[in-house]
Design a protein. Structure first.
Length: 444
């Protein structure tokens, strides 16, 4: 759990993590992010691909998970949508999670019933050994609380006492080595990192974390709710650490895509990167700590997907605001659950497209948007989200495709003239998803 206090872990989470850490030892695999490159069918039609375009597979390839024991599904219609550090004790809990569109538990309380998880058609990546698990989670945010170094580890977590030996040294690499050794052979290892890898450490130190220990990686920056993230030494990374970010620059959905880009740069596309989005009030009450809204949740999720995230994890704990709980999506009224349910349905409906190759260079935009272009079943898909809080108008130019852009789930179409169309983005949370016939003309 990621309670943002000076110790970074709340007492309840700490007890759960310590209890979950009693597991059976396992063996290392080779460098998990260095493996065979993705395979793409590039057989061409009689139409040559437009100049400057490139078909790029999703990171690690669609079959990435199949190399592990008891893997996550690799079918095109499966896209991982997880929730962080939940408890699974009763069928009603799982039914409620499934109804919200969740399919994966990423870290579970030690008393959770993994037989129930699997019987319910869900998947789990716990910190403890279980035959039903589809992965094994290493230490969380170790880049922040243990640092980049190979000193000895005391075995203690934040709040329990000295962490490294000597006390002022850094031992994060040792922590991950030792927690990785607990993973059963052949099981996918997963780790989440935080502000160390995204903001504070050098690229060399960050790559040592990203390439050294796990097969699947994520990072959590809570741009909408973190009271400290706008400072020069944190979110200021976006501007080269030149200054603090303004509220307009900082509280922006597009920054979730920036975090994904940061980690993908480190992985070099060799394995999947999952994204974190908060769904409540993940910090104790303060003037700058806020509760995320429904439109912000949707926009943050889509920014992450546009930038190449291959899974979404919802941070499900609130330490302030109107609903203090470790089960926001189960317990809290308000915007979060309806917003998560709606965006998860979109993800499920579009999973084959999200798992399809990117068609890089096929679309350019004039205006305040980030975009991704996909090619699936002879259709071009353009996913676009605002990258300025004020929003604005964007004009899209496609090098291949048809004469009409269908705006998915909005019951409208936009005519295309000479391969271009224009649309309005109301504000920084605006996202529009387009389907365009004529992908066969792209030549792939």
């Amino acid at each position: 759990m990621k309670r943002r206090t000076t110790t970074m872990f709340g007492a309840v989470a700490l007890l759960c993590l310590v209890a979950a850490a009693v597991v059976i030892g396992g063996a290392h695999q080779l460098d998990p992010l260095v493996g065979p490159g993705p395979t793409i069918n590039t057989s061409q039609t009689t139409t040559a691909p437009p100049s400057g375009t490139e078909l790029r597979n999703v990171d690690g390839g669609i079959g990435f998970y199949s190399r592990f024991t008891n893997p996550l599904p690799t079918e095109p219609n499966f896209f991982p949508v997880g929730v962080w550090f939940e408890s699974v004790l009763e069928k009603d809990y799982v039914a409620k999670d499934r109804a919200a569109g969740l399919n994966t538990y990423v870290v579970l309380t030690a008393d959770s019933d993994l037989d129930l998880v699997r019987a319910s058609g869900m998947y789990a990546i716990p910190t403890f050994t279980a035959a039903q698990a589809s992965g094994h989670a290493l230490a969380d945010e170790v880049d922040m609380w243990a640092g980049a170094g190979n000193s000895a580890w005391t075995g203690k977590y934040p709040g329990e006492g000295p962490i490294c030996i000597p006390e002022e040294s850094k031992c994060g690499f040792t922590v991950q080595n030792e927690t990785r050794a607990l993973a059963p052979p052949g099981v996918m290892a997963y780790a989440n990192y935080g502000k160390g890898v995204t903001f504070w450490l050098s690229d060399e130190q960050s790559r040592a974390f990203i390439h050294g220990f796990q097969d699947l990686v994520s990072a959590d920056n809570y741009w909408f709710t973190d009271p400290n993230i706008c400072t020069r030494t944190e979110g200021g990374a976006i501007s080269g650490y030149a200054n603090d970010l303004t509220e307009e620059e900082c509280r922006l959905a597009a920054n979730y895509g920036w975090t994904v880009d940061r980690i993908r740069t480190l992985t070099e596309g060799k394995g999947p990167v999952w994204a974190f989005v908060e769904v409540g009030h993940p910090f104790e009450d303060s003037p700058r700590a806020t509760t995320i809204t429904g439109p912000e949740i949707r926009a943050a999720v889509w920014s992450s997907l546009i930038h190449g995230a291959r899974g979404i994890i919802y941070f499900n704990h609130s330490f302030g605001g109107d609903c203090v709980t470790q089960h926001v999506l189960r317990d809290c009224p308000g915007e979060s659950r309806p917003a998560v349910t709606a965006v998860n349905k979109q993800i499920q409906d579009l999973a084959p497209i999200l798992n399809a190759p990117f068609l890089d260079g096929a679309t350019t935009a004039t205006g305040p948007v980030d975009l991704a272009t996909k090619l699936h079943n002879s259709k071009v898909y353009v996913f676009a989200g605002a990258n300025k809080n004020s929003g604005g108008t964007a004009t899209f130019a496609l090098k291949c495709g048809g004469s009409t852009a269908v705006v998915i789930d909005e019951n409208r179409t936009i005519p295309m003239v000479d391969g271009t169309f224009t649309d309005a983005f109301a504000d920084g949370n605006a996202v529009h998803l387009y389907s365009i016939d004529g992908g066969g003309s792209c030549g792939y």
